[in-house]
Design a binder for this molecule. Structure first.
Ligand SMILES: [Cu+2]
Length: 309
């Protein structure tokens, strides 16, 4: 009857369709009956009003029929839901990391990717992990959706049925760029998957600059780009040593973006706001970054200037 994009899709669609059809029949039936009663029982000249009271048959009918219908809804829903919590023992494992505002996929051994690449026809278990606030992992085509809550272990699993690209969404409002928290899952042949994973492994062996790792792991890059793109906050490209106009209190002034400025911008973000950007969006990172960490970050930002010049 169905041919869903994942092994779990048919169970969800069956429950949805069953409930939808019942609801559709009832809304049409009830509306038609209401219209009929309004016309049929309208006050007419010379006719005495009829009086009704009590009907055991009617009471039983409108109790038993809905009872059977909701029991069926539960049964069909349960048949779709139960397999979602039974992960096959041979399922491969990937961890999905949610942070404001992006998804990242951890394949183990330091192999991380922004898109979820999976071999077709193989069960996969996705462990869900949040670095900051509540998110929710959702692949609409696969009919899988689970909350991603900090400090709480959650998971989902599925077997993708077809090769293709599918959207991965966050479906729990998680702040300003929630709607941009979109990723992709690419379902490919086993051979292509093996090649892709080998490339990811090679890439993971090249060490990244320590400053870049700090920026990424602290979540800075969700709001500040490295390539000049304007996100929530100003880009880091060409930042170090630059003159910039900042709003401090009500006055605008020009400052040099040196190490002291960067430390203050990270510890007390609202003190000097870069002109043109709103106040109050960034929290203080005093508890997350030491001055020595910021020094490593600043060293990385300097190299960024050299590359770009
Ligand atoms: Cu989110």
């Amino acid at each position: 009857m169905f041919s869903g994009a994942s092994n779990l899709a048919d169970g969800v669609d069956r429950a949805f369709l069953f409930i939808f059809i019942i609801a559709f029949i009832f809304i049409i039936g009830i509306s038609a009956f209401m219209i009929w009663t309004v016309i049929h029982f309208a006050r007419k000249k010379g006719k005495a009003p009829m009086q009704f009271s009590g009907s055991t048959t009617l009471e039983i009918v409108w109790t038993v029929i809905p009872l059977i219908l909701v029991m069926l809804m539960f049964w069909i829903g349960w048949k779709g839901f139960a397999p979602m919590r039974r992960v096959p023992a041979d399922a491969m494992k990937v961890t999905a990391i949610g942070r404001m505002w992006e998804w990242e996929f951890d394949y183990g051994d330091g192999m991380r990717s922004k898109e979820l690449v999976l071999p077709v026809g193989k069960p996969v278990r996705i462990d869900l992990f949040s670095e900051d606030v509540n998110h929710s992992f959702f692949i609409p085509a696969f009919r899988v959706k689970e909350d991603v809550v900090p400090g709480y272990e959650n998971y989902l699993w599925f077997t993708p049925n077809y090769i293709g690209d599918y959207e991965v969404l966050c479906t729990e409002y998680c702040g300003l760029l929630h709607s941009a928290m979109v990723s992709k899952t690419r379902i490919v042949e086993q051979g292509e998957y093996d090649r892709w994973l080998a490339e990811l492994r090679t890439a993971s062996l090249v060490p990244e600059p320590a400053g870049l790792v700090l920026l990424r792991n602290t979540g800075c890059l969700a709001c500040h780009s490295l390539d000049g793109t304007k996100l929530v906050g100003p880009s880091f490209k060409g930042l170090y040593g630059e003159q910039r106009n900042v709003v401090s209190g009500n006055a605008e002034k020009s400052v040099t973006a040196d190490e002291a400025y960067i430390v203050n911008a990270i510890y007390n973000p609202d003190e000097e706001i870069v002109a043109g950007y709103p106040k109050g969006l960034m929290k203080s990172y005093k508890s997350l970054l030491l001055v020595s960490d910021i020094s490593i970050i600043t060293d990385y930002l300097k190299t960024l200037n050299e590359v770009n010049k």
